[in-house]
Design a binder for this molecule. Structure first.
Ligand code: PNS
Length: 400
């Protein structure tokens, strides 16, 4: 009996894995899909769950069995009478590491490795990319089997409060150009923001930190995003600001240029606070446009900073991460009004009784001052109203 093992983490199984498993099942009498038990690696699904999903999605193959292993793959092979490993190769970048493992496995136990070229439709696909896209609210249908899709949504909903792919979530699926290796395509994703955990530490990242791995460094590659993120702290001046956690609408475009990534776009956020004249709550928005270049080069960052000490105007990518928060904060705080008004011609408050004059109307007067201090103030007011162009009872707070 010709046996082969298809090992991996399968966290979770993708359509790319399934393609290799199915094709191997056509070549061998028995294919064992072996899930690596790796306690040191953080995974989204438990080994049991991964095994269950694999069983479900390979149930139509009579000669595929699912198992798990820890330790060396060659030991698992020896224990199961398997002499060959089958692996899918997606791109040249896979080759070096796979070659090393294949040669080592052969050296250790004469276990052969066979490489099967991945269907080009899946050459860009990996479990980690699927998790990342799904975490952002992108639609990964077409990239994983239906059964996995449902579990993925459930798991992310458990782990990320407020998670849910937006109704207008982009359908990544398989774009028509995906069959052409190396083809570039622009993704216009429309989704609600969900906190994307750091894939290494699993700590939540800021809402304005974007992972640029999905954007090729080839100049001209671009990615457009429309998303809603919670406002960070400290976006306020004395009388007005953007409340922490309020929904900020972002329209962003990330474009790879020779020296880095150029971010252009706009942001709109609700403005809360008090009208400087009548103290009524504000109900308006602040809108800003953004144009920022994030440089790739970190090596001479220190020297550059010294050179540009005066300006301090350079922003850098942190590996693949682009932190838009400082630029966003600068733009919003500069756009906040020092003396916000509920409307341009707000008449303010009545100096005698304190009612908003906009509600009381221009005929609002007091025959007898309710308080001697108001009477004194009223004299000033009367003088002021005798000046042409001044409205009765209004205090111009702009002039003090
Ligand atoms: O899906 P993955 O995470 O890329 O799979 C990697 C896997 C499981 C195939 C590989 O890490 C493996 O074979 N691990 C078992 C440990 C082992 O045998 N290491 C020595 C390799 S030469």
């Amino acid at each position: 009996m010709l046996r082969v093992v298809c090992p991996g983490s399968f966290d979770p199984v993708t359509n790319g894995h399934l393609d290799i498993i199915g094709r191997a099942a056509g070549l061998y009498d028995e294919v064992t899909v072996a899930v690596l038990i790796n306690v040191t690696k953080h995974s989204l699904f438990t080994v049991d769950e991964r095994v269950e999903m694999l069983r479900e999605v390979t149930s139509s193959y009579g000669n595929v069995r699912i198992d798990r292993f820890h330790g060396l793959l060659v030991d698992f092979c020896a224990a199961n009478g398997i002499t060959a490993v089958i692996k899918g190769l997606r791109a040249v970048s896979d080759f070096e590491y796979e070659m090393q493992m294949a040669q080592m496995n052969y050296r250790m136990a004469k276990v052969e490795t066979l490489f099967m070229t991945t269907n080009p439709l899946y050459s860009f696909l990996s479990s980690s990319l699927v998790k990342e896209i799904a975490t952002y609210g992108g639609d990964v249908s077409g990239l994983v089997p239906e059964a996995v899709l449902a579990r993925l949504r459930d798991r992310l909903a458990e782990q990320l409060p407020g998670y849910g792919p937006g109704p207008a979530a982009v359908k990544l699926g398989l774009p028509p150009v995906a069959g052409r290796l190396g083809a570039r395509f622009c993704i216009a994703a429309i989704h609600e923001y969900t906190v994307m955990p750091n894939t290494r530490t699993n700590a939540p990242r800021g809402a304005l930190v974007f992972d640029m791995r999905s954007l090729s460094r080839q100049a001209g590659s671009a990615r457009a995003l429309h998303l809603t993120v919670p406002a960070p702290e400290d976006l306020r001046l004395e009388l007005a600001g953007v409340p922490v956690g309020a929904s900020v609408e972002l329209d962003l475009r990330f474009e790879a240029v020779a020296e880095g990534i150029l971010v252009t776009g706009s942001a709109t956020a609700p403005l809360a606070g008090e009208c400087a004249r009548c103290l009524a709550p504000l109900a308006s928005t602040v809108a800003v446009s953004l144009t920022e270049l994030y440089l790739y080069d970190q090596h001479d960052k220190h020297e550059r900073h010294e050179e540009h000490e005066e300006q301090g105007d350079e922003r850098y990518l942190d590996g693949d991460l682009l932190d838009l928060e400082p630029a966003f904060r600068d733009a919003v705080v500069l756009a906040l009004p020092m003396s916000p008004l509920c409307r341009d011609d707000c008449p303010g408050l009545c100096v005698e009784c304190g009612v908003p004059l906009a509600d009381a109307g221009p005929g609002h007067r007091h025959e007898a001052a309710p308080d001697p201090r108001w009477a004194a103030l009223r004299q000033f007011d009367d003088q002021a109203t005798r000046q042409p162009g001044r409205r009765a009872g209004a205090i111009d707070l702009q002039e003090g």
